[in-house]
Design a protein around this ligand. Structure first.
Ligand SMILES: C[S@@+](CC[C@H](N)C(=O)[O-])C[C@H]1O[C@@H](n2cnc3c(N)ncnc32)[C@H](O)[C@@H]1O
Length: 245
C-alpha cells in the first residue's frame, strides 16, 4: 500500500483515507462478521490474499479455514502458535512459515482511552497510544527471500556443550545460532529457530512436548523434553540436510 495521504508514513491513516474516499472499497456486512459465517466465507472465496490480525484465541480455526479455501495469506499470531499441533504440522509440511519483522516487540496503535494496566506494555508517542501484546509474529504461505537464506553456522559439536536429552534420541542446542556445523544427527532447537528456517538447509522432523509430533525420537512415554530430570520448553527436532548421513 502506498503513502496515500502523503504524510510520510504508511499506516492506519492511509487505510482510513482509502476507506473514506473510495466507497467502492468499503461495504458494511449484513451479519455479525464472524469469519465462520456464510457471508464472510463468500467474501473470503473472492479474496486473492488475506492480510489480517485474527483473534488469537481462534487462531487454529482461522488458519484451518484459510487452508481449506486454499488462500494465500499474511496474518499475525502469537509466537506460541508455533507449538500448536495443527500449526506445527503445517510448518513441518512447508505449507506455512514465518514472514519478516519477527524480532523484538510489535506495538499496536490503540485509542487514547484504551486501558493498559501493565506499564511495560504501553507507550505514548506524539499523542498516539500503543499497546504491546508480547511476541507477535507474521505467519504466511507467501514465499520470501528470507526463507531461502542460509543460516551461517560456526560452532563445532562436542558432547559437553550439546548434551543428549533424557527422553529423546537427539542433542540439545539451546540457541539456534549455536547449531553445530558438523553434527549430522537429530538436534533439538528452541521455537525461535522457525524464523530462520530454510527448508533447503534443514529438515523439521518432530517436536517435543507433544505425543502426536514426538515421532520415533521419543524414548519412553513422557513427551516433555528433559535433561538430567530438568524439564525444557518445546523444542523443534531438526536435521542438517547439507551433511551426508
Ligand atoms: C487481534 S484483534 C485484531 C483487530 C484488528 N484487526 C486490528 O488489527 O487492530 C482480533 C479481532 O477479531 C475479532 N474477532 C473475535 N472473534 C471473531 C470471529 N469469530 N470472527 C471475526 N472476528 C472476530 C475481535 O473482536 C478483534 O477485533
Amino acid at each position: 500500500m502506498p503513502d496515500i495521504n502523503k504524510d510520510g508514513a504508511i499506516n492506519i491513516e492511509d487505510v482510513k483515507y482509502l476507506l473514506e474516499n473510495n466507497a467502492n472499497v468499503s461495504a458494511p456486512l449484513k451479519g455479525n462478521g464472524d469469519f465462520r459465517s456464510k457471508e464472510c466465507i463468500e467474501l473470503l472465496k473472492q479474496a486473492d490474499i488475506i492480510c489480517t490480525n485474527p483473534p488469537f484465541s481462534l487462531f487454529r480455526e482461522y488458519v484451518a479455514q484459510l487452508i481449506q479455501y486454499d488462500k494465500k495469506f499474511l496474518i499475525l499470531g502469537d509466537q506460541n502458535a508455533i507449538t500448536y499441533k495443527e500449526i506445527f504440522k503445517l510448518i513441518k509440511e512447508n505449507r506455512l512459515w514465518l514472514g519478516y519483522d519477527n524480532g523484538g516487540i510489535k506495538w499496536f496503535q490503540v485509542p487514547i482511552d484504551y486501558d493498559i494496566p501493565t506499564e511495560s506494555r504501553k507507550k505514548i508517542v506524539n499523542g498516539i497510544k500503543y499497546f504491546s501484546m508480547g511476541r507477535i509474529l507474521w505467519f504466511t504461505n507467501l514465499d520470501t527471500t528470507k526463507r531461502h537464506e542460509e543460516l551461517v553456522l560456526y560452532k563445532k559439536y562436542n558432547p559437553t556443550d550439546y548434551p543428549k536429552y533424557d527422553n529423546y534420541d537427539a542433542i540439545e542446542v539451546s540457541r539456534y545460532s549455536d547449531i553445530p556445523m558438523d553434527y549430522d544427527g537429530v538436534m533439538g532447537v528452541p521455537i525461535t529457530f522457525i524464523s530462520k528456517y530454510n527448508p533447503n538447509q534443514f529438515e523439521i522432523l518432530a517436536k517435543t512436548n507433544s505425543k502426536e509430533h514426538a515421532g520415533k525420537y521419543l524414548i519412553g512415554n513422557n513427551p516433555t523434553a528433559m535433561i538430567k530430570g530438568k524439564k525444557l520448553y518445546h523444542r523443534i527436532l531438526i536435521k542438517n540436510k547439507r551433511l551426508k548421513q
